[in-house]
Ligand binder design. Structure first.
Ligand code: PBG
Length: 328
């Protein structure tokens, strides 16, 4: 049956008809809020390129999480700015590390909030690369040993989910073995399986003070041109025991997300990264786009492509809109 018998506009006529046939929906349950924790007391330093985002001390972080949880956000993703950095990022596996302290405080204050701990070294090394250096490259296998230590330390401090973002080969297997060996067999791994070497991370590096001191991350993060290689990355992580896979950034890589959705039954996450957020805020500030409408459109697009969870700095804004009855 074709036109004129078939007219797709019939179900677009009114808001109620559109809602009846809507295929994808948003809920606060799907959002994960990324947060930056730093030392101090009563500290909240705004991140210039990310309006509404702050580096916060643990006490302020707890209040931010309380508020987000009250808006229906179930999970947060934690990044740390340590008091000191060194060549190997050893403060990341200190029992007294900044994210470890944050996890303990959050578990005590908000026991139901799901704590996802980012596992990587770029915030903890004095050179800003994601592992141990050998010359000017990151030594994959030496870094695995440290990733395992960081993961165990964070899980022991109360992290509910371990989320490695470093892009070393073999890390999921190394982390799984270490967690199991430490009696943490119930702690899941959310692998940033498909993480591209992206210009969209620019504002994050200001937020996390993690820009590399030389070179870039193309030696370990994926080439944005490669979709088939993304499937190989995912397959290896699944074989190594990943419990959930993530694609990052989100909007430029929806094709990869959709391919993963078709191939795997694992839960999938997508990370709407700092640059995606900054572009939205900057264009909206100039009055060039409608902030709320574009924010919700990007989130629904990421869900439609196949994400179960979306890590987004807009989590609370979007949850508030939904609570007010937003329908696209
Ligand atoms: C690495 C890490 C990065 C992001 C999350 N984890 C930055 C990078 O690879 O340089 C970026 C997130 C964002 O841009 O919002 N620890």
């Amino acid at each position: 049956m074709a036109f004129p018998e078939t007219r797709l506009r019939r179900f677009r006529r009114t808001p109620a008809l559109r809602r009846l046939v809507r295929e994808t929906r948003l809920a606060a349950d799907h959002f994960v809020l990324p947060l930056f924790v730093r030392p101090g007391q009563g500290v909240a330093i705004p991140v210039g390129s990310m309006p509404g985002v702050f580096q916060q001390s643990v006490d302020r972080l707890v209040e931010t999480c309380r508020e987000a949880h009250g808006e229906g956000i179930l999970a947060v993703l934690l990044f740390g700015l340590p008091e000191q950095k060194d060549a190997i990022g050893s403060s990341s596996w200190s029992d007294d590390g900044i994210v470890q302290r944050a996890c303990r405080a959050l578990k005590a204050a908000l026991p139901d909030l799901v704590l996802i701990a980012d596992v990587c070294f770029c915030e903890y090394t004095d050179h800003g690369h994601c592992g141990v250096l050998k010359g000017e490259t990151v030594d994959n296998d030496a870094t695995l040993v440290n990733l395992a230590k960081q993961s165990v330390s964070l899980a022991q401090a109360g992290a509910d989910v371990i989320a490695p973002s470093d892009m070393m080969d073999g890390r999921v297997g190394a982390i799984r073995a270490a967690l199991d060996g430490a009696g943490l067999a119930d702690t899941p791994i959310l692998s940033y399986a498909v993480k591209l070497a992206s210009g969209f991370y620019g504002p994050f590096r200001e937020a996390a003070e993690s820009a590399p001191a030389f070179g870039d991350r193309r030696g370990y993060q994926m080439d944005p041109a490669n979709g088939r290689e993304a499937m190989r990355e995912a397959e290896l992580d699944v074989q190594e025991g990943a419990d959930m896979l993530m694609v990052k950034p989100a909007l430029p890589y929806l094709d990869i997300l959709a391919s993963l959705r078709r191939r795997y039954d694992l839960p999938l996450a997508a990370y709407q990264v700092s640059g995606e957020y900054a572009m939205l805020k900057a264009a909206a500030e100039r009055g060039w786009i409608d902030h709320d409408r574009v924010m919700m459109e990007t989130l629904i697009a990421i869900r439609r492509a196949g994400a179960d969870l979306i890590c987004t700095y807009s989590a609370v804004d979007a949850a508030r809109l939904l609570a007010k009855g937003w329908t696209e």
